[in-house]
Design a protein around this ligand. Structure first.
Ligand code: RIB
Ligand code: CA
Length: 317
């Protein structure tokens, strides 16, 4: 940040183990001012993601931060609920936590997103970490947010690597491809932090043990909920650590220099029976369309992981 002002962010999220790690990274970062959370279905149902988001603002010592509940299902398709095998049915690795005391904001997510962006023209960075249903509803309801948002930095997509929810599609995009198509073509500045970079940064059991040694409520929480997540990836044969998908998007918000990106026309397939949710960059300009997405292609994983560890071990709620 050039003038030392904090970057105001609104996080749209489906916590979710890696969402939780990203949200705590935001709270542990002095450059960031979290102005609100909105919740969406995805890793588990909307009632659970909302309860988990409320738990997270309490854990952060910020019960004042509004949490607005959002979409319970995709725009057109049924909610499949397939995320529970990754994040547990309670979205937090089946670790039991007390019910939150704070209540959600009275507004639903799309209204909250519109109100926040229009009240802070040019200042809000929107950080979607789940399916893009709320973001699509917001920009369809109030198109002016496209000209008034600072930028959209989303975790989602796969430009030149295989998908995780299908051979070609990443889960957040696959979960609501129609919403993603609306978001990718709304005419606002979008940065796509996809599997091309999120699969390059893996946090190991040793990394997590070092975090736990900080003995803070945040690092205790992270260590507890990541047991299930580590086991899931190891069951896939990924034994060199767990990808921290959503924290990668948050790291870009904090320090874009960690990433290499390319501005390119990128479409979202929402019509194919088998390939809906595929994000398709037009590297050779064959579609003859102007670039609409800043696609992340590489990341300095060592510097990112060092930042994560430093901030979470030094932070105190
Ligand atoms: O594909 C990874 C994404 O899907 C992450 O946001 C994870 O939390 C799940 O929502
Ligand atoms: Ca997520």
């Amino acid at each position: 940040m050039t003038d030392g002002a904090k970057k105001k962010i609104l996080i749209d999220t489906d916590p979710g183990i890696d969402d939780s790690m990203a949200i705590l990274l935001a709270f542990a970062s002095p450059e960031i001012d979290v102005v609100g959370l909105s919740t969406v279905f995805g890793n588990t149902g909307g009632d659970v993601t909302t309860q988990n988001a409320l738990r997270l603002v309490e854990l952060a010592g910020r019960p004042d931060i509004p949490v607005a509940r959002g979409a319970e299902k995709p725009l057109l398709r049924p909610f499949t609920g397939k995320g529970w095998h990754v994040h547990g049915k309670n979205g937090l690795g089946e670790v039991e936590f007390p019910e939150p005391k704070v209540q959600p904001d009275k507004r639903r997510a799309a209204t909250f997103i519109i109100d926040t962006i229009m009240a802070n023209p040019g200042e809000i960075t929107l950080v979607p970490l789940g399916p893009l249903t709320n973001v699509a509803l917001a920009v369809a309801t109030e198109p002016r947010i496209a000209a008034n948002v600072k930028e959209v930095v989303l975790m989602g997509g796969a430009a030149s690597v295989p998908g995780n929810a299908s051979p070609v599609a990443e889960a957040n995009i696959r979960n609501d491809p129609e919403a993603a198509h609306i978001v990718f073509h709304a005419g606002w500045p979008v940065t796509m932090i996809g599997l091309d970079v999120t699969m390059k940064t893996k946090m190991t059991r040793d990394d997590l043990d070092r975090l736990k040694a900080a003995n803070s409520p945040w690092t205790d929480f992270i260590h507890a909920v990541t047991r299930h997540y580590l086991n899931f990836y190891e069951s896939l044969g990924i034994t060199d650590g767990m990808p921290i998908h959503d924290s990668s998007a948050m790291a870009y918000v904090i320090d874009p220099s960690l990433f290499e990106t390319k501005h390119v026309y990128t479409d979202v397939d929402h019509q194919s029976e088998h390939h809906h949710g595929q994000t398709v960059p037009d590297w050779r300009g064959q579609r003859e369309r102007d670039p609409n997405v800043n696609v992340a292609l590489d990341v300095d994983s060592d510097r990112f992981l060092a930042m994560y560890e430093r901030r979470l071990t030094e932070a105190r709620p």
